[in-house]
Design a protein around this ligand. Structure first.
Ligand SMILES: [Zn+2]
Length: 94
């Protein structure tokens, strides 16, 4: 059968099995080297209120959330775009 990508869409190279992670959207179990990882900083305080508080010199804690997406969800949510074979190797914009 024809092979779409030499790597199979993965980044593990010649090493054997990689660990698994769960997709944050659909819950599918996916290999960690195939998953798309996104980190975002989330504040529990409303941004407008946070600005006011920061002006008065208070410290607002910001949590970092790490999310993993399976390929189907990453494409569906627009995190990655389907690209032509010639464009596929470039990093492009994320
Ligand atoms: Zn998913």
């Amino acid at each position: 059968m024809a092979k779409k990508r030499k790597s199979g869409g993965r980044s593990k190279g010649s090493s054997g099995k990689s660990g698994t992670v769960q997709c944050s959207k659909c819950g599918r179990i996916i290999p960690s080297d195939k998953a798309k990882k996104y980190t975002k900083r989330v504040s529990s305080v409303d941004p407008q209120l946070a600005r006011e508080l920061r002006k008065q010199g208070s410290y607002i804690p910001v949590r970092t959330i790490t999310q993993y997406y399976c390929i189907s969800c990453a494409v569906h949510t627009g995190k990655v775009q389907i690209r032509q074979a010639s464009e596929r190797r470039s990093k492009g914009r994320r």
